[in-house]
Design a protein around this ligand. Structure first.
Ligand SMILES: [Zn+2]
Ligand SMILES: [Zn+2]
Length: 237
């Protein structure tokens, strides 16, 4: 199995490509609107043919993609953008130095720490890379978290790619409790989670692996609670 392409909600689709070099799924997302397709992240250039196949399944071509939003500048989130000649491409201004390929000038560096671009609220999450952003698609209440909160290197949930994913939630909580987020980054990470919980989220789409459906607020709250407990331990020491 090389890739999965599934409906997330309404007109939103996930493409999860198995990357055997990294032992992980790399995800990107298609939002199909009347006036064009928006892509959130774009995978590596070597995975471009999968993006073309996914568009074909939607009856579309790369020319139909009009907007590309990158959560951050790592190769598995920006390289595939070379396919989309008709698209305006946006990323946070602090990610410029991370972009090796394509030419950074392919992107507009107009996104700041919080704002609105078309139907998407975006906000800075302060963790993973200097300018990592999350995008919230208001009409569908779907949140795109990039690698700030993802399942890099994890198998998919036993319930499937797009599912409640209780097993994945449990694993992330355990990862956090065991110190998976470095002490020095914990405060920024918790601030990012707090920002996330100001939105009403039905589905959480991450940069790698599982797409979580339902009870997102309680999952984020559990992470916040576990993170705060860790901070208290650090203060006590
Ligand atoms: Zn990354
Ligand atoms: Zn990534």
């Amino acid at each position: 199995m090389e890739y999965l392409f599934e409906n997330v909600k309404e007109n939103i689709y996930v493409l999860a490509i198995w990357d055997s070099k990294w032992n992980s799924y790399n995800n990107c997302y298609f939002i199909v609107q009347e006036d064009g397709i928006t892509l959130i992240d774009s995978c590596k250039e070597e995975h471009s043919s999968y993006l073309v196949q996914a568009l074909k399944l939607l009856g579309k071509t790369p020319e139909d993609v009009t907007l590309v939003l990158a959560t951050h500048g790592h190769e598995d989130h920006v390289q595939g953008t070379v396919l989309f000649k008709n698209a305006k491409k946006y990323i946070h201004q602090q990610e410029r130095s991370l972009i090796v390929y394509p030419e950074p000038d392919e992107f507009h560096f107009e996104l700041t720490d919080r704002g609105l671009i078309q139907e998407f609220d975006y906000f800075w999450v302060g963790h993973h890379t200097p300018g990592s952003l999350a995008f919230y698609h208001k009409p569908s209440r779907v949140l795109f978290t990039g690698d700030f909160l993802c399942f890099f290197g994890d198998p998919l949930s036993k319930d499937g790619l797009v599912s409640v994913g209780n097993d994945l939630r449990h694993e992330w909580l355990e990862f956090l409790r065991k110190g998976g987020v470095a002490k020095v980054q914990l405060n920024d990470f918790l601030q990012g989670l707090k920002a996330m919980n100001t939105f009403k989220v039905d589905v959480m789409c991450s940069g790698h692996g599982g797409v979580l459906v339902g009870e997102i607020e309680s999952f984020i709250s559990e992470l916040l609670h576990a993170g705060k407990q860790l901070q208290e331990i650090h203060v006590d020491k």
